[in-house]
Design a protein around this ligand. Structure first.
Ligand SMILES: O=C(O)CCC(=O)C(=O)O
Length: 211
């Protein structure tokens, strides 16, 4: 497994991993072309419409009902990357049950949040432009650390980085897309690093998360 040569990599929470050039340039071009055909939807968080737009496959999460329900299957164009992501994260292909493609127009951020508790591991792939992902302890004080996510790179968030930290992305300078793959969090396999009492369907900071 390759790791980013980043000066602050060692400061990032345990459970975060980074894979530069996870996609080839040709794969990135192909995906960006496919994305032009997708019908992205506004991300609506309790009536607040965020600037980023999304399309969800496999499962979709409803912030009103706080439930993830089955939706259209993960499409063929994402399958090779689902498989690659599963191999990198030591997962079986079908453990990845959800895929979200997100479009960030210039200026769009994603605010501080910990992903909803129905899901466990997160693998994110960045396309078209770079952005800065930040981490800080979830509902605790402490410093913020950040990592540059370059186009074609992937990151993995699991264990401590998944449950004891929240993350955000600063407003992007240029159009960015991401593919987020998530595994199911089974009741019987609750992470020892999670804190059930705090497994709310955050965002912990609704204003910035929905921005
Ligand atoms: O765009 C990304 O890479 C991050 C997405 C994210 O944090 C989320 O959808 O919860």
């Amino acid at each position: 497994m390759r790791r980013a040569q980043l000066s602050n990599f060692s400061e990032l929470p345990e459970g975060f991993d980074y894979f530069p050039e996870f996609l080839t340039r040709a794969e990135e071009r192909g995906l960006l072309h496919t994305f032009t055909t997708l019908e992205f939807q506004a991300f609506n968080f309790h009536g607040y419409v965020a600037r980023r737009r999304i399309i969800q496959y496999g499962f979709e999460y409803n912030f009103g009902s706080r439930r993830a329900t089955a939706t259209k299957p993960i499409p063929a164009f994402l399958q090779p990357f689902r498989e690659r992501a599963a191999t990198w994260a030591n997962l079986k292909f079908d453990e990845i049950i959800e895929a979200v493609v997100t479009q960030y127009p210039p200026g769009a951020p994603i605010g501080w949040h910990r992903d909803v508790a129905q899901f466990e591991k997160i693998i994110g792939i960045s396309l078209n432009s770079s952005c800065r992902m930040r981490f800080r302890r979830y509902r605790k004080s402490g410093q913020t650390v950040s990592v540059l996510l370059e186009p074609r790179s992937a990151y993995l968030i699991q264990d401590i980085a998944r449950w004891q930290y929240e993350h955000s992305i600063s407003a992007v300078k240029d159009l960015r897309f991401s593919i987020t793959f998530r595994t199911e969090r089974s009741q019987g396999r609750r992470s020892k690093n999670s804190n059930t009492a705090r497994d709310s369907v955050m965002p912990s900071n609704e204003n910035t998360t929905a921005s």
